[in-house]
Design a protein around this ligand. Structure first.
Ligand code: ADP
Ligand code: MN
Ligand code: MN
Ligand code: MN
Length: 368
C-alpha cells in the first residue's frame, strides 16, 4: 500500500482558481521562525496594506510560545523580529516570506535563538569577509516514516548506483528536488546546486557562498522551502543524520569556509592556520555541530561511510574520511577554501558558523 498524506491528494486545479484571484494592494507576509526544539520551523501569515520595500517595513509580531516548546503558558507571548525578507514562491509576488528572530517576554533572545549571538561574532569579524557554503543532505520519507520509494519489505540494492544517478531505478523523488530548486531561486535564496546522494532517497542541496550571518538565514529559509514543497507532494524530508542504521550513508551538512586572505594569492597558509586552530578545539565544535551536544553525530561520525571518527580530529587534501578536507584544486592553486565535514544534517547553521568564525578569527588563548 502506498502511503500518502490526505492534503497532498486534494485537487490542485481547484486550488489554482483561488490562487489566481487578484489581491488588490494587499500583501501576505508569512513570518517564519525556529521553534523550541532548535530544529523545527513554524510559520504564520498576516496581511499588510502595501508591499514592504525592505525588512524595516515589516512590523514585529508575536506568537504563543507555550505551543512551540518555547515558553510557559502563564507568560507565553514571544516576539518575532523580522531579519530577512524573501519572495514567496507559493503565493507569488508581491507576497513575502520573512525570517524572524525570536525574543522572550523580556526581549532577550529565546534559548533556541542562536542567531543573535552568531550575528555579534559575524559583526566582530566583518573585515575578514568570511564566506560560507553549506551542503544540506536530507532523506525523503513516506508518511509511514519509511524511506520514500524503498520496497515495503526489505531494502533496495546496495549503495553504488545512486549518487548523482539517473533513471527510475536509481533515483527516487527528483520532482521534489527540482521544485525546491526553483522555489529557492524565485525566493532569492542563494542556492548553489543539488545532487542525488549515495543512499537512495537521499539528496543534497548546497547554499552559498554567503557572507557572515547570511549563511544561517539562507539555509534556514531553504529548509523551510524544502519542508513546504514536500508537504505539497505528501512526502516528508528528514534531517536526521543517520536515518537508516547499517550499511547506509548518513546525512551531514558539510560547511565550506574562506576568508578574504584565504581566497587571495598564497591564501593556503591562512587555511593551514585555521585548521591548526580547529584541531585544538575539536570537542567544543562537536558539541555545537548537532542540536544534542554530539549525541546525534555519534550515530553518523563512525569513521565509515565517508566520515571521520567523532573522537579524532584529522585534516587532509581531497580526503573525505577526514574532519577537514582541503579540496585538491585549492591545494594546487594554493588559495581558496576548506571544508569542515563534521556538522550534522540537523545542525543549526548559526551555531556552526559562529563556532568556526570564533575559533579561526577571534579565540586566542591556546588550549592543550
Ligand atoms: P563537495 O565537493 O564537498 O560535494 P559541493 O559542490 O557540494 O562540494 O559544495 C561546495 C560548496 O562550497 C557550496 O556550498 C559553495 O557555495 C561553497 N563554496 C565555494 N567556494 C567557496 C568559498 N571560496 N568559500 C566558502 N564556500 C565556498
Ligand atoms: Mn556536496
Ligand atoms: Mn554530500
Ligand atoms: Mn562536501
Amino acid at each position: 500500500m502506498e502511503s500518502f498524506s490526505c492534503s497532498s491528494q486534494l485537487d490542485k486545479s481547484v486550488r489554482q482558481q483561488y490562487m489566481s484571484l487578484p489581491q488588490g494592494d494587499k500583501c501576505q507576509i508569512t513570518y517564519i521562525w525556529i521553534d523550541g526544539t532548535g530544529e523545527g520551523l513554524r510559520n504564520k501569515t498576516r496581511t499588510l496594506d502595501s508591499e514592504p520595500r525592505c525588512i524595516k517595513d515589516i512590523p514585529e509580531w508575536n506568537f504563543d510560545g507555550s505551543s512551540t516548546y518555547q515558553a510557559e503558558g502563564s507568560n507565553s507571548d514571544m516576539y518575532l523580529i523580522p531579519v530577512q525578507m524573501f519572495r514567496d514562491p507559493f503565493t507569488l509576488d508581491p507576497n513575502k516570506l520573512v525570517l524572524c528572530e525570536v525574543l522572550k517576554y523580556n526581549r532577550l533572545p529565546a534559548e533556541t535563538n542562536q542567531r543573535a549571538s552568531c550575528n555579534k561574532v559575524m559583526e566582530a569579524v566583518k573585515e575578514h569577509c568570511m564566506w560560507f557554503g553549506m551542503e544540506q543532505e536530507y532523506t525523503l520519507l513516506g508518511m509511514d516514516g519509511h524511506p520514500f520509494s524503498w520496497p515495503r519489505q526489505g531494502f533496495p540494492g546496495p549503495q553504488g548506483p545512486y549518487y548523482c544517478g539517473v533513471g527510475a531505478d536509481n533515483v527516487y523523488g527528483r520532482d521534489i528536488v527540482e521544485c525546491h530548486y526553483k522555489a529557492c531561486l524565485y525566493a532569492g535564496v542563494n542556492i548553489y546546486g543539488t545532487n542525488a546522494e549515495v543512499m537512495p532517497s537521499q539528496w543534497e542541496f548546497q547554499v552559498g557562498p554567503c557572507e557572515g550571518i547570511d549563511m544561517g538565514d539562507h539555509l534556514w529559509v531553504a529548509r523551510f522551502l524544502l519542508h513546504r514543497v514536500c508537504e505539497d507532494f505528501g512526502v516528508v524530508a528528514t534531517l536526521d543524520p543517520k536515518p537508516m542504521k547499517g550499511n547506509w550513508n548518513g546525512a551531514g551538512c558539510h560547511t565550506n569556509v574562506s576568508t578574504k586572505q584565504m581566497r587571495e594569492e598564497g591564501g593556503l597558509q591562512y587555511i593551514e592556520q585555521a585548521i591548526e586552530k580547529l584541531a585544538k578545539r575539536h570537542e567544543e565544535h562537536i558539541q555545537v555541530y548537532d542540536p544534542h551536544g554530539g549525541q546525534d553525530n555519534m550515530r553518523r561520525l563512525t569513521g565509515r561511510h565517508e566520515t571521520s571518527s567523532i573522537k579524532d580530529f584529522s585534516a587532509g587534501v581531497a580526503n573525505r574520511g577526514a574532519s577537514i578536507r582541503v579540496p585538491r584544486q585549492v591545494a594546487q592553486d594554493r588559495k581558496g577554501y576548506f571544508e569542515d565535514r563534521r556538522p550534522s544534517a540537523n545542525c543549526d547553521p548559526y551555531a556552526v558558523t559562529k563556532a568556526i568564525a570564533n575559533t579561526c578569527l577571534i579565540a586566542t588563548e591556546e588550549k592543550e
